[in-house]
Design a binder for this molecule. Structure first.
Ligand SMILES: Cc1ncc(COP(=O)(O)O)c(C=O)c1O
Length: 431
């Protein structure tokens, strides 16, 4: 199967060693199921490879936008990962979970004064600064609080990764960061060096997501290191840190390649060492920000079939008890998924249909043109695989449908990591 934590036994799909049918019967549907062991294994892949090839100062930061709830911060924190956050909501969740705020790196291309003050008051270790207004505001708040705030600048290296436009963030005309090409990156660096309450530690870039091209990180490292050398020669300032962002791809379907992250990190590290020598700069401490590749294959979603509609001569639909409210990724990006009839996994799949949700939109499609067993009917359990990233975190209450619970499996155990919303939760803030 597409991920090593999936297997089929007697026609039933098992995930993280647990029967999906038993989980669906125990907790009801729809539910997100997450496998703690896989999250930990994915963290260790980065931690081990980065320490081994980049050295002890290297650090992976889990990009928690991929999936953010208290237990996830506990898990990645206990593995030794830093975390990257993009909102006060993520900061607050990490803090309440007991995560060490020194290891938090705060992104976002539009932080308002409340966000900045909240982050400083809560001891966020580092800001990734996106624009000059933000730099000024951080400097002012840091002065008021009598601190020097560590920052990195988000730089757009000008790389087109050929991924879907919405996740392609490294181009010169991106809404994120300061472009090198226009001189904006050099200019802002010069300004930052005059700020008394700013500690500029270095630079950051993130060029895209769901990337398999092994040289993308090499190319962005090259551009960023040349920029660091240019800054050294022009301003006499040498960056201590370089964050290369996230983006490694995961397997949603059999068509997606298997990526060897350790091997990729090794290649990037060898290149960084070589280029730093050539450019006569010290090797900066390297960080990376994986999100998807930490949690995607650690999650599946279980649904029940509500109805099967055969429109003779046209198409067939299988409608489930969830949809775009718990997984908007097909509607947003036409993302591909593997779908399995979890309780009929050994039956032949000859029935072509669209897997659609129960939300009041024609675009509420989880996956078009999939194959399920001919016998599929109301009550059958459907598993959508690789839903651990950007599903729970992108969920909405569209149509006032409560958000799903997250059930965590851990070898022999299963437990509720996030409770499902109730109808009371839906009206909680209504006056
Ligand atoms: C700045 C930044 N870092 C890290 C990530 C995580 O990327 P991925 O989930 O593809 O690893 C993102 C995703 O959009 C991002 O914008």
């Amino acid at each position: 199967m597409i991920c090593s934590n999936l297997e089929i036994k007697d026609g039933v799909l098992f995930f993280g060693g647990r029967s999906t049918v038993e989980l669906a019967n125990k907790y009801g549907t729809p539910i997100y199921v997450m496998d703690e062991k896989t999250v930990r294994k994915n963290c260790r892949t980065y931690l081990d490879a980065m320490r081994k090839y980049f050295g002890e100062n290297a650090k992976p930061f889990y990009a928690s936008k991929a999936c953010s709830f208290k237990k996830i911060y506990n898990i990645v924190g206990s593995e030794g990962m830093g975390v990257d956050v993009v909102s006060v909501g993520e900061i607050y969740t990490a803090k309440v979970a007991g995560y060490d705020m020194k290891n938090v790196c705060f992104h976002s291309n539009s932080k308002n004064d409340y966000d900045i003050e909240f982050a400083i008051d809560n001891g966020v270790g580092c800001f990734v600064v996106d624009n000059i207004e933000e730099l000024e505001a951080i400097d002012n708040f840091a002065a008021q609080k009598g601190i020097k705030q560590k920052i990195l600048f988000r730089i757009t290296p000008g790389i087109d990764t050929h991924t879907y436009e919405a996740v392609n963030t490294g181009k010169v005309d991106s809404k994120f960061g300061f472009p090198i090409e226009t001189g904006a990156a050099m200019e802002i660096t010069k300004i930052a060096l005059t700020k008394k309450n700013i500690d500029l530690a270095g630079f950051h870039c993130h060029v895209g997501s769901q990337l398999f091209d092994s040289d993308v990180f090499v190319r962005s490292a090259e551009i960023m290191l040349k920029f660091i050398a240019d800054v050294k020669n022009t301003l006499g300032y040498e960056a201590k840190e370089l964050d290369l962002g996230g983006g490694y791809g995961v397997r949603y379907t059999e068509k997606d390649p298997v990526l060897n992250i350790e091997e990729n990190i090794k290649q990037v590290a060898e290149y960084v060492k070589k280029l730093c020598k050539e450019l006569n700069i010290n090797e900066p401490a390297i960080s990376m920000e994986p999100g998807r590749s930490i949690v995607a294959d650690a999650g599946i979603t279980l649904y029940k079939v509500g109805n099967v509609k055969r429109i003779e001569g046209y198409k067939n639909y299988v409608a489930i008890d969830g949809g775009m409210g718990d997984n908007p990724r097909y509607a947003l990006y036409e993302s591909e998924y593997t779908v399995v009839a979890a309780d009929k996994s050994d039956e032949e799949c000859n029935f072509t249909c669209d897997l659609v949700g129960r939300f009041c939109e024609s675009g509420d499609i989880i996956q078009p043109s999939i194959k399920l067993p001919e016998s599929v009917k109301r009550g059958d359990i459907i598993a959508v695989l690789t839903t651990g990233a950007y599903n729970y975190s992108m969920a909405s209450n569209y149509n006032r449908i409560p958000k799903l619970p997250v059930i965590m499996v851990n070898g022999e155990e299963d437990y509720v990591a996030v409770k499902g919303e109730t109808l009371e939760d839906i009206i909680r803030n209504d006056m």
